[in-house]
Each structure stands twice: as C-alpha cells, then as structure tokens.
Design a protein around this ligand. Structure first.
Ligand SMILES: [Zn+2]
Length: 91
C-alpha cells in the first residue's frame, strides 16, 4: 500500500484519513508543537511508521522508526512542554 498523502502547494490541506490527506510540501514552525499521530502505528514491509499530522497547517509525513522510538515520539507530541525531544531538527 502506498502513501495516502498528496503534497500540494495550491490545494488546501485536507485530512480525510485514512482515505486521503492533502498536505503542504514543507513543514512550518507550528509542526513542532501541533503534530499529532493519525491512526495507529502501522507497518510497511516490516517497517513501523505513523502518520505525523500537524493540526494547524496540515503538514503530514510518514515517520518511520523502530516501534519503541515511535511510541516515545508520539508521547512527546502529546506532551510538548516536556522539552526533552531528541533527534529533532532545530530551526
Ligand atoms: Zn504545521
């Protein structure tokens, strides 16, 4: 199964998960603070991933990582004030 995310600069972002998502092609500053997990952790070819979706701008990516790391990441999205995110890029 391929990705359900379509990246577009001229369409408005749409979250019709699990059918279809239209996302801006690039993240914004909001994405660090407003990202959420869409659906459950899934697998493609044995690789666990989650859809990471920003509720503000609609930016969505599939984040591939070991399951433990994904669970940790998803927890950090729900507690953005915890301030101990590792492996995140700095602006
Ligand atoms: Zn965003």
């Amino acid at each position: 199964m391929g990705t359900i995310v379509e990246y577009s600069t001229d369409k408005r972002s749409i979250n019709a998960y699990p059918v279809r998502i239209i996302s801006p092609p690039f993240p914004s500053q909001c994405c660090e603070f407003f990202s959420e997990q869409l659906g459950e952790i899934q697998e493609e070819n044995g690789w666990p991933f989650v859809y990471q979706h920003c509720v503000l701008c609609g930016y969505t990516i599939r984040r591939f990582a070991p399951r433990d790391e994904l669970l940790e990441t998803v927890r950090s999205w729900r507690n953005p004030t915890r301030g101990e995110k590792k492996g995140e890029k700095t602006p």
